[in-house]
Design a protein around this ligand. Structure first.
Ligand code: COA
Length: 473
């Protein structure tokens, strides 16, 4: 007995020594590998999975802003479970429909690579399922009207108590302040974020832009916020709230105009063509048409065919370092040395006239010929591409920026793939799900419900649309 005790003691001591050695070794290898990161993978680039493999998102988003965010995360490998209202789903499924009875392009182009589950979030059984999803997911993303998530019972306190690691990411129209309770759509945000007042021509009304800087722009901001919160969670072990207000997102994208607002206090904005035209500035940053907005003046000039083709134009930048080349190419070599044109400062009051001369030249060739010619001389410019030209552009297809996917009810359609290229994480661009297509799969594989339990859930009515009320006779 004593012998056995002694042997055990010896073994324990040996094991302790061994594990101490292991700890030291581990610490050393951690040091060698930098902050405890695993050793660099030996797998070829693109074969080591996707960037967000293992991340599970409870996607409560609808319309555009939120879906933009979760679609990007799905493209990067996250498992995005889109919760939709039974019988109806995301309202955009039926908006701007081009193919009868098929999900619209509005929906399909914002919800690719996701799984769809229908749950009535106001049904007691629905709440139970949602709570189980909260326990298994890493991030909840939502863009309901202010207060809607709370009204479902999904307050931050409840979510945090159910899963302290969960990140709750929201898009709202406005941050805290006088408008925080307001519902907001794209163009409201463009107007409230300073974009509309600074877009368009001076003589005309404020203009909204075609790029969805309020919706998709804020969705992008939210994706970045989620990534930062996940990184911090690695240290703290806890989730946090991420809020992106659309007004803030638009202002962030329009920050150069807030820059100009402050510059205005110190004199006229000399790079705006208004200055050269002798039109005095008011108290706020004006609309500047196609002025470049940066330190290198630019404008849109006509190209051959402009009379019939609304997109036969080129954006031309008179970048100072290539001014000599510009003068030679357009046939005004004397402008290189003429003190009236030779320096950027001298040119500022004459921008309108200079671009008129450049336009005379560009009207002799089509926009692609102009692009080729100017680029040979390192002169920055860009053709105005129509959406038709973009849809047909083969280089965008080969980089995966424009992707064709096949859909069971609408057939093939084009979507925008991942504009963010990761060299070790190929984009996972798949079609959007049908309404509730993955309900059974998620209940079984993600939540572990047995067949009998799934049948019981279905019987409860939590996954189906409430029966329509009979009209009184
Ligand atoms: N089961 C049951 N009810 C559900 C549900 C589900 N699965 N999913 C949503 N609902 C309910 C919500 O609980 C809410 O009900 P309540 O108001 O009675 O509490 C209701 O559907 C509608 O939600 P709401 O967000 O108010 O939609 P809306 O169509 O009235 O407003 C917006 C749309 C976009 C204006 C609004 O959501 C909003 O301002 N969002 C924030 C800003 C934003 O993202 N805007 C840009 C959108 S691209």
């Amino acid at each position: 007995m004593a012998k056995r005790k002694k042997a055990k003691k010896h073994r324990t001591k040996a094991t302790a020594k061994k594990s101490a050695r292991k700890v030291v070794k581990l610490a050393a290898s951690k040091k060698a590998n930098g902050n405890g990161l695993p050793r660099p993978s030996n797998k070829p680039y693109g074969m080591a999975g996707r960037a967000l493999d293992g991340l599970r998102i409870l996607d409560f988003t609808h319309v555009q802003s939120g879906p933009t965010c979760t679609q990007l995360l799905a493209y990067m490998g996250a498992d995005v479970l889109k919760v939709e209202r039974p019988g109806a789903g995301d309202i955009t499924r039926g908006q701007l429909r081009d193919v009868p009875n098929a999900d619209s392009l509005y929906f399909t182009m914002l919800n690719g690579s996701k799984r769809s589950i229908t749950i009535d979030s106001k049904h007691p059984k629905g709440t139970e399922i949602l709570n189980r999803l909260i326990k298994t997911c890493d991030v909840l993303v939502e863009n309901f009207a202010p207060g809607a998530l709370d009204r479902m019972g999904l307050t931050w306190e409840h979510i945090h108590k159910t899963n302290p690691r969960m990140i709750v990411a929201s898009v709202k129209g406005f941050g805290p302040g006088p408008y925080e309770d307001c519902k907001v759509y794209e163009n409201v945000a463009q107007c409230a974020g300073g974009s509309a007042s600074t877009t368009g021509f001076r003589e005309g009304p404020p203009l909204v832009t075609g790029a969805q800087i309020g919706d998709s722009g804020t969705g992008l901001h939210l994706a970045l916020g989620i990534m930062a919160a996940l990184y911090q969670r690695n240290r703290t072990g806890r989730g946090q709230k991420v809020l992106c207000a659309m007004q803030d997102g638009v202002l962030n994208l329009a920050r150069v105009k807030l820059r100009d607002q402050q510059r205005l206090a110190h004199g006229p904005l000399t790079e705006y063509s208004q200055y050269g035209e002798g039109v005095p500035f008011g108290k706020a940053v004006p609309r500047a048409g196609n002025d470049s907005g940066g330190g290198q003046p630019g404008w849109i000039v006509k190209c051959k065919g402009w009379e019939n083709d609304p997109d036969a134009y080129l954006y031309f930048i008179t970048q100072a370092p290539v001014w000599g080349a510009i003068c030679d190419v357009i046939g005004e070599p004397s402008w290189k040395t003429d003190p009236e044109y030779a320096t950027p400062k001298a040119r500022l009051p004459k921008l309108k006239q200079i671009f008129a001369r450049i336009e005379q030249f560009t009207m002799t060739m089509d926009k692609f010929e102009a692009m080729d010619l100017f680029n040979k001389h390192d002169i920055p410019c860009g053709p105005i591409l129509s959406m038709k030209e973009i849809a047909e552009e083969q280089s965008l297809r080969s980089t995966g920026t424009v992707v064709e996917v096949d859909h069971p009810t609408r057939g093939k359609y084009l979507t925008v793939g991942n504009p963010i290229k990761l060299s070790d994480s190929p984009a996972d661009v798949r079609r959007s799900p049908l309404l509730g297509e993955h309900t059974d799969e998620i209940l079984k594989d993600v939540l572990g419900f047995k067949a009998a339990e799934i049948a019981e859930i279905k019987n409860s009515g939590a996954l189906s649309a409430p029966p329509k009320k009979e009209k009184a006779a």
